[in-house]
Design a protein around this ligand. Structure first.
Ligand code: ADP
Length: 367
């Protein structure tokens, strides 16, 4: 186990592709850090530079207290698990797991002990003699994890390890990785484009875009206090609802005016929002902060709007209402038994304590 730190790290390909743009990041000893962001944002490149598979164009990387800029991958004492497992097809599961140790000339009894121990942890002891082609995708990924575990590395690096699995297996493996992490007590750096994986696995999440880290914080901080519109929209399912409008003042009260409706700002937001009077802003509200008025005991005209319910999607434990103000479509997540009439206007209540406002130009969170 070790801490990892990146200071002002850049990666440029050729002349003009900046894949990683001035990334500084400290990962604590035994921390599980997730790098998340859309495809092409520089996550894998960052991970590969930590692994030593990619040269650093500028900046410094430490693993533990060792500056590793010039240390080759094989000497960094890290283990990497890839999306495509990268197993040797002609070798048995045992041989695949033992391979790295053999290369490093570990004594045979030690190799056998470590492989058996890892196979036990991962529940793949019964497959040790099989070839990878005789295993399911989930089992292969376990072997790939096993190959990393036997090395007892300082740091585990995961590059989208679950992307090749079907949805059900992915959820299962997520739990397995959780358990593994508790058992191994090591530092993990995990790359994914899947925000649910990021939320559920990470002690902290670093959200990346265009080669930069936009925000790095605990999952619920990212969810509740996103630094800008991109982070707010990227994290959360369904995505946060966004509406363009204006801040207006009437009789000493401040409102967000969408055009088809207006809702009153709560007192706590007034001081920060007052300078935006008369100006356009974007309001963000998460689907769980929107209610059908029939199920709200204390609604007020200040935060009640009219919208038409266009589609009802039952999800089992809850229902998604696809609503429309006439200007903006939005989604509310309501109780499983809430079935309003379709294509009729209904009263909808916004929890105005939970809304966010973004500057329409910079997209930075105002509140
Ligand atoms: P992510 O893992 O977030 O999907 P990557 O780190 O793989 O993103 O890529 C970041 C950017 O760098 C992308 O624009 C990608 O096209 C570019 N890139 C990655 N590898 C190379 C390469 N070997 N040569 C040129 N450009 C590359």
């Amino acid at each position: 186990m070790a801490q990892v730190s990146l200071r002002n790290v850049y990666k440029t390909y050729g002349n003009n592709v900046t894949a990683v743009d001035n990334v500084s990041l400290g990962i604590e000893n035994k921390e599980f850090l997730v790098l998340v962001g859309p495809s092409g944002c520089g996550k894998s490149t960052t991970l590969r530079m930590i692994a030593g598979l990619e040269e650093i164009s500028q900046g410094k990387i430490w693993i533990g207290d060792r500056l590793v800029n010039d240390v080759p991958a094989k000497d960094r004492n890290i283990a990497m698990v890839f999306q495509n497992y990268a197993l040797y097809p002609h070798m048995s599961v045992f041989e695949n797991m033992a391979f790295g140790l053999k290369l490093r000339k570990y004594p045979k009894p030690e190799i056998i002990r470590r492989v058996n121990e890892a196979a036990e942890i991962l529940g793949i002891k019964q497959y040790l003699e099989r070839k990878p082609r005789e295993l399911s995708g989930g089992e292969r990924q376990r072997v790939a994890l096993g190959r990393a575990i036997v090395r007892k590395p300082l740091v585990f690096l995961f590059d989208e390890p679950l992307s090749n699995l079907d949805a059900k297996r992915r959820v299962q493996m997520r739990t397995e990785i959780h358990k593994l992490r508790l058992r191994l007590q090591t530092t993990f750096i995990y790359v994914t484009h899947d925000q649910i994986e990021a939320m559920t696995l990470g002690d902290r999440i670093a959200v990346m875009k265009d080669g930069k880290i936009l925000q790095c914080a605990e999952p619920m901080t990212i969810y509740d206090k996103p630094i800008n519109k991109f982070v707010a929209s990227f994290i959360g399912t369904p995505p946060i609802n966004l509406m363009e409008g204006r801040i207006i003042k009437q009789e000493r009260r401040y409102y967000f005016d969408e055009g088809k409706f207006k809702v009153r700002l709560v007192d706590e937001m007034v001081t920060v929002m007052a300078p935006y009077e008369g100006k356009p802003v974007t309001m963000g509200i998460r689907s769980e902060d929107i209610y059908d008025k029939l199920f709200v005991s204390q609604a007020s005209p200040d935060n009640t709007i009219q919208a038409a319910c266009e589609v009802i999607e039952p999800m089992g434990a809850e229902v998604y209402l696809h609503l429309n103000t006439g200007k903006h479509p939005f989604i509310a997540r309501v109780g499983a038994h809430d079935r309003p009439e379709v294509n009729r206007d209904m009263d909808i209540v916004f929890d105005m304590n939970k809304v966010h406002f973004f500057d329409p130009e910079t997209e930075i969170t105002i509140v």
